[in-house]
Design a protein around this ligand. Structure first.
Ligand code: ZN
Length: 206
């Protein structure tokens, strides 16, 4: 992601109440000019994706829009966009989070438990992990629980924003596709495609 994209996305999604970026959505670090998203932006991205997940869950992952896509070889393939979106959210969480933070995600977000019930579930997880020889997990209390929630929101927000080739944020582009102008398609790619489609060597024909 370029510095310009970071600046634009940061400015569009920064919180004006944030004491780290004051609404700019970007924090600077290290060498001059180096910039990264402020955590308020990453958490906002997470919340946006999560709200879409909750909406899809409420109407039923398999009751939403059926999409038909043309495929290169010819023919069509049908898919449930909500189900694909939900699967992507969970797969990214599984890939990005360590075991402890995934348990927090599962309890508080997937299973919709309030913090008191989440803490009980997590205490059991930590107890079992310690019996299995893992001693680097924190004691679970309200403070540690919410710190873990903030960390996982920022981590997943970044993953939802940067996962290639289909980022989950903005969700509108995930669902509807991203429109690009002809001028954004590299010339080389366009020529190579023509050669494949026509079965002709353009260079040799000229
Ligand atoms: Zn901020």
């Amino acid at each position: 992601m370029t510095a310009e994209q970071i600046r634009d996305l940061g400015l569009a999604n920064g919180s004006r109440w944030c004491v780290h970026c004051f609404g700019l959505g970007v924090v600077r670090f290290g060498r001059p000019g180096a910039a990264d998203f402020c955590r308020c932006v990453l958490r906002r991205v997470f919340r946006s994706v999560w709200n879409r997940y909750e909406y899809a869950r409420d109407i039923g992952f398999w009751n939403g829009r059926l999409t038909i896509e043309l495929i290169k070889r010819g023919g069509m393939v049908a898919g449930h966009k909500d189900a694909e979106f939900a699967a992507d959210v969970v797969l990214i969480a599984r890939r990005e989070l360590d075991d402890f933070h995934f348990q927090v995600f599962k309890a508080h977000f997937l299973d919709r438990l309030e913090w008191r019930d989440s803490v009980r579930v997590l205490a059991r997880f930590v107890h079992i992990a310690r019996m299995a020889g893992s001693h680097d997990l924190p004691a679970i209390d309200r403070g540690n629980f919410f710190h873990a929630v903030y960390r996982l929101e920022a981590k997943l927000g970044r993953a939802f924003l940067t996962t290639a080739p289909y980022a989950l944020f903005p969700t509108r582009e995930y669902y509807n596709g991203k429109a690009i102008s002809l001028s954004q398609i590299p010339q080389g790619a366009s020529h190579a495609r023509k050669r494949r489609n026509n079965g002709l060597a353009i260079g040799a024909a000229a």
